[in-house]
Every structure is written in structure tokens, then in C-alpha cells.
Write a protein that binds this ligand. Structure first.
Ligand code: NAP
Length: 525
């Protein structure tokens, strides 16, 4: 398919008016055609008008029609074939196998949400029948279901050009909830975004849906991103990116005459705790496996293990030596964008410039201009506790080992951590009591607690939580990965004493949708 470099507003392809956006191949430094002319506020206005016009129709599509739409998007993305993978490789520098896996995850995620929509559990139907005879007061007939919030603005992420971008988790869960979506594509991969955007456009048409169900805009965050978040028709925001970007969007959304929720996934350093007995038994293997996780995707994962915390001594030294060797053997990897590479370099030099931080090892240097040279550093718990800089995310393959005097100091470090997406504990049977003392703190700090694994690799399933207290996300009550992500874009409505003719299908007495319901407090399947 010939890329046109245009904004996709409903079924139209529109040329922008602002600054040109052109992707760079981070492996070669070459600029990639075509140029995407950035959109302006009038394009936001058009996309939001269409989205609002589509909302009432789209949110009341049948369960089957909406599920079929999600499946059609997945089919259309697959039908693009190798062109999608080739363009994503050129725009991101990510290897073919990773992007093929990401496409599988993206399409699998859309199909998983289709099954969730069909099952109808998300409606969360509750019925408390009238009790006219109740004393001292009668009870009215009360029925609850969930409805879609309204049009959602989605900001595509740089680090997952497929799975967290135009048709990624935010878009899939918002569409599943019945919300039209306006995406602000990430400027690092506009061609990949256009290909996926056109696949969604085709699915909208094939499923006879109103065109405003989906639009894709390109342009500057401070113009069209802000215009989207402050548009009165937008009712929620999904974002993955930097802490500063996500926090700015939270403020803009809060300052609106009608504030709206922002679901921003921002910054996490994913502490890994090595408990004494596990460390004693496995120090070398743990050191090697840790570097494997650190190097995944050049560390450009929100779940990359950026901190290792353990009691100092011979076992930690043995872990550190094994990790040192593995880091020294690590080849350089191309980073996603020149900007992300320069932020990584700055972050690593800020870390190594801190008093009392020792450089343990650096990976190999590469020949490419935007390659990440893995970094491993160490410091004492007391120095860590005294410094704010050491808690900042360095996006890329960099990690810091915190050497503690004893388990009490390990706990102190855990207590001082900011909110995290994950917290990992390496332990064996002899560490159970030690772990028990740590877990309550980790529950307060993180959205996912893992034992004897590595935080990279997030399963898309029903039980996943990819969320956590600020700054890992803007709202710790939700997840951006997994089927529970749909809840972000729904709200409950209670219908009191409405005649059957006015009740939505989900709440009618005969249960025509055949969904599970909580009737008078008892689950009916
Ligand atoms: P970013 O700078 O936060 O940008 C993400 C998106 O948000 C872009 O579309 C950007 O628009 C927009 N945006 C940023 N600030 C905004 C604002 N104040 N108002 C409106 N829109 C705004 O993230 P990035 O480009 O992906 O990467 C930069 C850094 O983010 C990385 O170095 C890394 O530190 C962090 N990051 C973290 C994660 C994570 O999962 N933890 C993932 C990706 C990136 P523009 O097109 O104008 O830039």
C-alpha cells in the first residue's frame, strides 16, 4: 500500500497544515518517506465532531456487532502482511521477530477483547427487584449496567509501535467499551501508524459503523495533543510515555471545565529484591538472567529491571560479578529514536556522575549513532536513600544495584520507593518468612508482584495488572494491559423504576442478551 502521509479523519485522508513529521530509521539515520504534514486544531475539531456524532450509535451496537468489528480490525492488520513489519522495523530499529510477536499480541488482544464483549460480563448487570411491601419503606425496582464513557483520546507509545500504538491496548479496550477513539499517532512511527489506521478505517466501513468511530491525527503534542485532551467531547485519555508528558496531560484534563480521567502509564524502575537464601543458592545464574531481562528491547520496556536490591556480602558480590561479565558481553542495540537515545545517554551520565555511584560494567559500543551501550552501576542503600536522582527512570538498558547492610535496610529502601508497575522477589523456601515481611510494602508500591521471574514480558490475559501508584501510572485503580483495561472506559448507570419499554436490552426482565446478572445479591449465570 502506498503511504500517503495524511491524517485519517473518519473515512477521509486529509493533508495537514503544520510542521512536517518525518520518521528516521534509527539504525541508519536515513529519513523515511513520506513526509506527514502535522495537523492543527481544526483537525482535532473535525475528528472530535465525528467521534461525538458516532458515539450514541456505536455504544449501543449489539455485543456481536462490536466483537465482530474488533475481529475485523485484527484480520485487516494481518492482511497488511510483511509491509507492516518492514515499515515498523525501519521506523523503530526493532528486530523482525520482536515486531512479528508484537503484531501477534496486538491482533490476539483485539480478539480477546472481542470475546470479552460477547460474554457481556463488562456490563456488570445488577438487579434489585422492587419490594413494594417492605416495611417501613418500600424499595423501588433498581437496575444497573455499565455504559461507555464517550470518545477517548489515545496517545500512541514510541516503544511498542503496534501493541501500545494505533490499535494497541488503549484503543482495543476503548473500542470494546463502546467508545469512539481519536489517536494522536507517535511521530517516531507515522508510516506504521498509517498502515494500521487504514486497516481500522477499512474495518469501520466493512462493519457499517459510523465513520467517526476512529480517527488518526499526526502533529505536535503541545498543539493537537493538548487540543484533544481539552476538547469537551473527549471523555477520557489513554497515554504511554514520559512522566513529564503524562503529568502535563493529567493537569490539562483536570483544569477543564469538566475534568476527565487520564490513564497515563509513565515511569517505573521495577525493583528486583534478591532475598538472602535464593542469592546464596543461585547468585551466578541470577546475575546472568538479570542481564538477559535488562537487555530485552535495549531496555526500552516500562517493566525493565532498573534496580536490584540485596544485602551486601560474598553472595551479592558473586551476583554482581556474573552480571558484570554478562553486561560486558552485551552487544550494542539500536534505540527507538535519536531523542530516546540522547535521553538515555543523559540519564546514564547523570547516574555515573552521582557521588558514591560506582560503574560496574558497560556493554559493548556499537557502530550505529543511536545505539544503547548497556550500563550497570552500584551504590550503597544509604546513598540511595539520600538521593532523588537515583530513583529516576533511565529509559534503556541501565540498572543500579543497591547494597544494603541488612534486611531492615532492604525494607527501608522498599519503603522509600515511588510507585512501580512491578516489584520482583527472588526467594526460595528458606526465604519465606523474610518475603512475608516485605510483601505488604510491595503491595503498597506496585501493581504486580512477581516471585522468581523477571518483570519484562507482560501477559495479555484476564488477571494481569499493568498499573501502579504514581508515577508508574496516573491512576492506580486500573490496568492498561489485560481485559480489565476495559473498565477504564465505562461508568455505571442505575435505572430506577423504569418501565420495561425504556430499559436497555441488558436489563430487560427476560435477559435477552443472556448475560450473567447479580439479582437481589445472587449471581445468576
Ligand atoms: P513522550 O515525550 O512523553 O511523548 C509521548 C506522546 O505524548 C507524544 O505523542 C508526544 O507528542 C505527546 N506529548 C508529550 N508531552 C505532551 C504534552 N505536554 N502535551 C501534549 N502531548 C504531549 O514520550 P516518548 O516520545 O515516547 O519518549 C520520551 C521519553 O519517554 C523516553 O526517553 C522515556 O523516558 C519515556 N518513555 C517511557 C515509557 C514507559 O513505558 N515508561 C515508554 C515510552 C517512553 P510529540 O509528538 O509532540 O512528542
Amino acid at each position: 500500500m502506498a503511504l500517503e502521509g495524511k491524517l485519517l479523519i473518519g473515512q477521509q485522508a486529509v493533508t495537514g497544515t503544520r510542521k512536517d513529521i518525518q520518521a528516521t530509521n534509527p539504525a541508519t539515520g536515513e529519513s523515511l518517506e513520506p513526509v506527514y504534514v502535522g495537523g492543527d486544531r481544526s483537525h482535532v475539531e473535525q475528528a472530535c465532531t465525528l467521534a461525538w456524532d458516532a458515539f450514541d450509535t456505536y455504544r449501543e451496537t449489539s455485543l456481536d456487532a462490536r466483537a465482530t468489528f474488533l475481529e475485523t480490525i485484527a484480520d485487516e492488520i494481518e492482511a497488511i502482511g510483511s509491509e507492516l513489519i518492514e515499515r515498523a522495523m525501519a521506523e523503530s530499529g526493532l528486530p523482525q521477530a520482536r515486531l512479528e510477536g508484537e503484531r501477534g499480541r496486538t491482533c490476539g488482544q483485539l480478539r480477546l477483547f472481542a470475546s470479552v464483549v460477547r460474554a457481556g460480563e463488562w456490563l456488570d448487570v445488577r438487579i434489585d427487584p422492587a419490594m413494594p411491601e417492605r416495611q417501613p419503606l418500600p424499595r423501588a425496582d433498581l437496575r444497573q449496567r455499565h455504559i461507555a464513557l464517550g470518545p477517548v483520546a489515545v496517545f500512541g507509545a514510541s516503544n511498542f509501535p503496534l501493541a501500545f500504538s494505533v490499535a494497541g491496548g488503549d484503543t482495543a479496550s476503548a473500542l470494546a467499551a463502546g467508545c469512539p477513539v481519536v489517536v494522536k499517532g507517535h511521530s517516531a512511527h507515522p508510516g506504521t501508524s498509517e498502515l494500521v489506521g487504514r486497516a481500522i478505517q477499512k474495518a469501520v466501513k466493512a462493519c457499517n459503523l459510523p465513520e467517526g468511530v476512529f480517527s488518526l491525527l499526526f502533529g505536535a503534542g503541545n498543539e493537537i495533543g493538548q487540543a484533544l485532551v481539552t476538547d469537551p467531547r473527549i471523555q477520557a485519555v489513554g497515554f504511554t510515555g514520559s512522566r513529564s508528558g503524562g503529568t502535563a496531560l493529567m493537569r490539562s484534563a483536570q483544569d477543564r471545565p469538566q475534568p476527565i480521567p487520564v490513564y497515563a502509564e509513565m515511569s517505573s524502575i521495577n525493583p528486583v529484591f534478591l532475598l538472602p537464601e535464593a542469592l546464596k543458592a543461585n547468585s551466578q545464574a541470577l546475575g546472568e538472567a538479570f542481564v538477559g531481562s535488562l537487555n530485552m528491547g535495549a531496555g526500552q520496556f516500562c517493566t525493565s529491571p532498573g534496580l536490584v536490591i540485596a544485602v551486601k556480602g560474598a553472595d551479592l558480590e558473586s551476583f554482581t560479578q556474573a552480571a558484570q561479565k554478562a553486561v560486558e558481553a552485551s552487544g550494542a542495540q539500536t534505540m527507538l529514536t535519536p531523542g530516546i537515545h540522547s535521553a538515555y545517554e543523559k540519564g546514564v551520565s547523570a547516574l555515573s556522575g552521582e557521588a558514591n555511584v560506582r560503574e560496574i560494567a558497560r556493554g559493548q559500543t556499537g557502530s550505529g549513532e543511536y545505539q544503547c551501550q548497556t550500563g550497570l552501576f552500584a551504590t550503597s542503600a544509604s546513598d540511595f536513600l539520600a538521593s532523588k536522582v537515583l530513583q529516576e527512570e533511565v529509559f534503556g538498558a541501565s540498572s543500579l544495584i543497591i547494597e544494603c547492610q541488612d534486611m531492615a535496610e532492604v525494607k527501608k529502601v522498599a519503603e522509600q520507593l515511588e510507585g512501580q508497575l512491578t516489584a520482583t522477589v527472588h526467594m526460595n523456601d528458606a526465604d519465606v518468612e523474610t518475603a512475608k515481611a516485605l510483601v505488604p510494602t510491595l503491595e503498597r508500591k506496585a501493581g504486580r508482584i512477581l516471585a522468581n521471574g523477571w518483570p519484562t514480558g507482560v501477559e495479555v490475559c484476564h488477571a494481569m495488572v499493568h498499573g501502579g501508584p504514581y508515577p508508574s501510572t496516573s491512576d492506580s485503580r486500573t490496568t492498561s494491559v489485560g481485559t480489565a483495561a476495559i473498565k477504564r472506559f465505562l461508568r455505571p448507570v442505575c435505572y430506577q423504576s423504569l418501565p420495561e419499554a425504556l430499559l436497555p436490552e441488558a436489563l430487560k426482565e427476560a435477559n435477552p442478551l443472556k448475560v450473567s446478572r447479580l439479582v437481589d445479591g445472587k449471581r445468576e449465570l
